[in-house]
Design a protein around this ligand. Structure first.
Ligand SMILES: [Zn+2]
Ligand SMILES: [Zn+2]
Length: 698
């Protein structure tokens, strides 16, 4: 190490604020003239010393260090409309470490003579940087400059440092502030209203919550569940015919997919039986299919759910890691556009160093012009998600590898030629009835070549068939069917629904879904609203419907969007939010007793359900419940008929960890199973049947 490096803290320096420690290291590495910044640590807070045209100190935040808090007063009343910004450790119990963090940054700020905000360039990042510059660095928000970048690659970071924006992005900051303030106003008032109502009625303490976006989202799920529960399946019939053509069997569908009466279906079968088919017509259609558009966060999440089964939240986390390792561009974007400045050719050339992509990259590079098939959506802050061209510096985990591959292939596919598909529909007549035989085939792969593992195409090849030929009918099949209710949402389709309805933001939707799970309002991957979820929505619908109104939520969301573009003032949005909330809360207060009773009952029912394991296998009429012995305080399974004196069945339970109904039955003996979860161990299913043939195997 050279002499000058040692003393760089002696002189003045530029303080660069980043959003997270990983980003700080990347940025310091990119900016240091030797690529070897010095890592420092103070009271557990890491930061980096780098040398360039002058000394640089790169200090990370830990996500948000500041938050909205109630200005004065206790927790046990509502409405509350006065708030202020304060360090998170003052407001949240699990944010203690933010205190040292703020203190270390404040200290570093004292000797700095210039400030640069290099947090992620979006609403949250801009707000994080702003709060630190304003509060921790003592009003440096007006003198600080802003680095703007979409990837953490060396070249882009250097450019962002050399040509920073002269000041912070105040429109984004205003939008971020407003969003946090509005969410706080809703969250604190509604959650307090719910919790206080329930606690005053029952005298017991339970935390309930709902938020501005949580409520409407839960309403979608409850609505769908209600449709499913009310659904009455109607029977219908369909007919398929099997024909032999050139030695192979082909299945054709009857012209009507839906036959309402069984007798009618049988009559058709009767008329066709024993006759030959005649090829009436062969219709061939060619169809050009354009390449897919570049990934925005939503479409990446959808695709990763479809192919890998990852929840939107998980995909978001993986993409974030890939971004921090400079493998892909910033993932929290809603853009479907790739501007030429990212340099398509350079990225493809770099990707070509990876064997798996070599041929495809050179195929694209051979094209005279590279033009991505862009989508409509734009994002003022970032382009669509694309690979940087960097190859992994360490072995990626399987999920990381998959998501990276998906991003790389999607990027290449958007430059591909259109694919050409052919569909063939053969109409076969039997005694005046028509059957359709369908074929599908890709004639020209085009972009599909690049995206192949992520395309679901079933090819059905048909032999050459000419009009007028006859074909022997081998078999007729009548199928008895029932209409189906609409499908349950999964985390991915729910996210899409939120997107379409204009509620939440790309940064928050996945978290909101997670919160609904954590509150016990929903369960299972095919999302099932729990009774508690149902009750909460029902109570809100009856007593303060505004809280779950999709329309109100979307309108507020649109207003907040406009702040980003300087077309709306933060103050007016806040006033509107308070105007919306006030009457809701008044309504709520008036009905507090009713709401409290309804909520308390709902909570009690939910708690009871958590203890019901299933039917008692001994008496068959009682239910097995998790109970606690008065004498020993030990828990066990007992039959509810014990209280009637008709069944004394009981089974021991593990005393450690938590025990919940598994809602599944033992595959060997059919008894209900219990789910046991002990800290730091994998949860397992327990069959408590002492005579179970699988005993000892689990
Ligand atoms: Zn029993
Ligand atoms: Zn068993």
């Amino acid at each position: 190490m050279s002499e000058e490096r040692k003393d760089c803290l002696m002189e003045t320096y530029t303080l660069i604020i980043t959003e997270k420690p990983d980003a700080a290291q990347r940025i310091a590495q990119a900016l240091d003239y030797e690529g070897k910044p010095k890592m420092m640590e103070e009271r557990g807070v890491p930061y980096f010393l780098a040398l360039r045209d002058k000394s640089l100190v790169v200090a990370p935040a830990l996500g948000h260090l500041y938050t909205v808090v109630h200005e004065v007063g206790g927790r046990n009343y509502y409405p509350v409309f006065s708030f202020t910004w304060a360090p998170r450790y003052l407001a949240e119990r699990d944010a203690k470490q933010t205190r040292t963090w703020i203190e270390v940054i404040s200290k570093l700020a004292k000797n700095a003579n210039a400030f640069i905000d290099s947090c992620d360039y979006d609403i949250e990042g801009s707000l994080i940087g702003y709060c630190i510059l304003k509060y921790a660095c003592e009003n440096k928000e007006d003198v600080a400059r802003r680095m703007k970048f979409s990837t953490l690659t060396k070249s882009e970071l250097e450019k962002a440092y050399e040509e920073p924006l002269p000041q912070l992005d105040f429109a984004l900051i205003e939008a971020g502030k407003t969003r946090h303030e509005v969410d706080w106003l809703y969250g604190v008032n509604l959650s307090r209203a719910l919790t206080l109502a329930a606690n005053r009625w029952s005298g017991r303490y339970t935390t309930l919550s709902t938020g501005r976006v949580q409520g409407p989202t839960l309403k979608f799920l409850v609505g769908r569940e209600r449709q499913i529960r009310c659904f009455v399946p109607t029977p219908y019939w369909s007919i398929r015919a099997e024909f032999e053509i050139e030695g192979s069997m082909y299945e054709a569908e009857f012209e009507r997919k839906w036959i309402e009466k069984r007798a009618e279906a049988d009559a058709i079968l009767e008329e066709c039986r024993g006759k030959n088919g005649e090829i009436k017509n062969v219709a061939v259609k060619k169809l050009q299919q354009m390449p897919p558009t570049p990934f925005d966060l939503g479409s990446l999440q959808t695709e990763a759910y479809g192919f890998f089964g990852y929840t939107p939240r998980r995909t978001g986390d993986i993409a974030e890691r890939l971004y921090l390792e400079a493998l892909i561009s910033y993932p929290r974007t809603s853009s479907q556009k790739l501007p030429p400045v990212i340099n398509y050719r350079a990225i493809l050339q770099a990707l070509g160093r990876e064997t798996a992509y070599r041929d495809m990259a050179s195929e694209l590079l051979a094209k005279e012009e590279l033009k991505p098939n862009e989508g409509k959506r734009e994002d003022p802050a970032h382009p669509a998600i694309y690979p940087t061209g960097n190859l992994p510096e360490r072995a990626l985990s399987d999920p990381e590898k998959r998501v990276w591959d998906l991003v790389v292939r999607r990027f290449m596919a958007v430059f591909g030629e259109p694919a050409i598909r052919q569909s063939v529909r053969v109409c076969i007549g039997i005694d005046g009835h028509r059957f359709y035989l369908r074929g599908r085939q890709v004639l020209k792969e085009g972009w599909m070549r690049f995206y192949k593992p992520y395309i679901r195409t079933e090819e059905v090849l048909l032999p050459p068939i000419k009009e007028g030929e006859t074909t022997p009918l081998e078999q007729l099949i009548r199928e008895d069917k029932f209409t189906k209710p609409p499908p349950r949402y999964n985390p991915s389709s729910l996210l899409k629904k939120m997107e379409q309805s204009g509620i939440g933001t790309k940064a928050t939707r996945a978290d909101i879904i997670e919160t609904l799970y954590n509150r016990g309002y929903i369960t299972e991957e095919r999302i099932l609203a729990t009774d508690l979820g149902f009750d909460v929505v029902e109570i809100l619908r009856r007593f303060c419907p505004g809280v779950i109104s999709v329309k109100l939520t979307r309108e507020l969301e649109e207003k907040m969007e406009r702040i980003q573009r300087n077309r709306e003032k933060r103050e007016s949005v806040l006033i509107e939010a308070v105007d919306q909330l006030k009457p809701m809360l008044e309504e709520f207060k008036k009905n507090e007793e009713n709401i409290g009773q309804a909520l308390s009952n709902a909570i009690r029912r939910a708690q009871m359900q958590e203890r019901m394991i299933g039917n008692c296998p001994i008496c068959d009429t009682g239910k097995l419940m998790i109970l606690y012995s008065r004498k020993t305080r030990k828990r066990f399974l007992g039959c509810t008929n014990y209280f009637k004196g008709t069944c004394k069945t009981s089974f021991p339970l593990p005393q450690q960890g938590t025990v919940k109904p598994a809602r599944k039955n033992c595959r060997a003996c059919g008894w209900p199973l219990v789910n046991v979860r002990i800290r730091a161990r994998r949860p397992w299913m327990l069959c408590f049947n002492p005579g179970c043939p699988l005993k000892g195997e689990r």
